[in-house]
Write a protein that binds this ligand. Structure first.
Ligand SMILES: C[S@@+](CC[C@H](N)C(=O)[O-])C[C@H]1O[C@@H](n2cnc3c(N)ncnc32)[C@H](O)[C@@H]1O
Length: 382
């Protein structure tokens, strides 16, 4: 008599036999007793400890950023007593934070019992955008206190309220955002955009184009850089009306109003301005569902000149050269935010092909941790 399918268990394959061998307590004991086994076990234990302790590490970073400790020791190395007085902290408590910061290479120990800037602290001092992201992540980590409820009910997260345009109901109906909400996220984006701008400038010859449209361009940091860097270009920016109003103000303050035209509208309901031979789409597609990305790519395709190109830049999953662990951050971040998702290069290429783009290719860039670049062309003569 044959067993019903539900109770038939396939015999373990070689991978499963390795799993059992790896979890056998006798292997652990044996591995500790010889140099190669010890080396492998130590590396694995350290990596796993890193996963378990990751939250503590993020909180050490947040503590240092909130107290302005990294800037303080950058100005001049200081003792515990000096830093405690400056931050109005109990020295015994602060010492634990400082010792943790040294262990994580945010700070280092200098002569005379002073604390100085560590190798991982230096970029945080150099980039205001990084400090802003550390502070912003505190919101995500509050939502992540219970990772399963975040996965089950993302609409209840604080991140969801932070990013009003990313919610399903907002995407499909008219956008309702308070001026304060818009200014808050637009400022964060502007301050964290610096790294992306460096990637774009190092990787793409923008001067070969005539007219560039930046869709979802935020406060206009990227288009302002482009206007200065490529004086021959005509430039347009498109974003939701309240963001466009902020961009107009910033661009005028930078003296670039004659070079950049700002358009307010939603790419879900409004047509995009026509005439560009290059559209840039930076950190926008990953905020949205496939349904909205399809609409957006179709709108870009319709707006582009024949032979024109779309350059899409954002973090992409499983991309060569990107630390795989970074994907976990974006999977959760985008879930907490709303309907967006981290997509692979292949998935984005497929969505672009569906919208009618061809000759779609990934372009190399120096630091794919910040973003990967994919370009596709609208058929026709340039
Ligand atoms: C994550 S931010 C990226 C901003 C900028 N490209 C950057 O990289 O810093 C996404 C931008 O898309 C804009 N956006 C979202 N939904 C939109 C819509 N339906 N129409 C136009 N812009 C939209 C937002 O207002 C925001 O400025």
């Amino acid at each position: 008599m044959s067993l019903p399918a539900s109770v038939m268990v396939a015999p373990p394959g070689w991978r499963e036999r390795i799993d059992r061998w790896l979890t056998d307590p006798r292997l652990y004991r044996w591995a500790l007793g010889n140099p190669v086994g010890r080396w492998i076990t130590r590396r694995r234990a350290e990596r796993l400890f890193g996963l378990m302790a990751g939250f503590v590490h993020s909180q050490v970073l947040l503590g240092c950023v909130r107290l302005g400790l990294l800037q303080a020791v950058f100005e001049r190395p200081q003792t515990l007593a000096e830093l405690a007085q400056r931050s109005r902290m109990d020295p015994d408590a602060l010492e634990r934070l400082l010792a943790s910061a040294v262990a994580l290479q945010l700070m280092d120990a200098r002569s005379g019992d002073r604390f100085g800037l560590g190798p991982l602290g230096a970029p945080l001092v150099a980039h205001e955008g990084l400090r802003a992201m550390v502070e912003h992540n505190a919101l995500l980590y509050e939502d992540l206190r219970d990772p399963l409820s975040l996965l089950h009910a993302p609409e209840q997260t604080s991140m969801h309220a932070y990013w009003p345009y990313a919610a399903r109901e907002q995407q499909l109906r008219q956008h309702r955002q308070s001026a304060e909400q818009v200014a808050r996220y637009s400022h964060l984006m502007a301050s964290s955009q610096r790294f992306l701008i460096e990637e774009l400038r190092a990787s793409y010859p923008f001067e070969q184009h005539r007219r560039v449209l930046d869709v979802g361009g935020g406060q206009g940091g990227w288009v302002s850089e482009l206007a200065r860097h490529a004086p021959g270009l005509q430039i347009d920016l498109f974003d939701l009306p309240p963001v466009a109003a902020l961009a107009r103000e910033k661009i005028a303050q930078a003296g670039l109003a004659a070079r950049i035209t700002v358009h307010g509208g939603s790419f879900i309901t409004d047509a995009l301005p026509r005439g560009a031979d290059l559209v840039t789409l930076l950190r926008v597609a990953h905020d949205h569902s496939d349904e909205v990305v399809r609409q957006l790519l179709a709108a870009i395709h319709a707006a582009l000149e024949p032979g024109g190109a779309l350059l899409l830049a954002e973090p992409m999953a499983q991309a060569d050269g990107r630390p795989a662990a970074a994907d976990a951050y974006y999977h959760f971040y985008l879930r907490a935010m709303g309907e967006g998702r981290l997509r692979t290069v292949a998935r984005l290429q497929a969505l672009m092909a569906e919208a009618g783009f061809e000759r779609i290719e990934r372009l190399p860039n120096p630091l794919s941790l910040h973003a990967c670049l994919v370009r596709g062309r609208k058929p026709g003569a340039a």
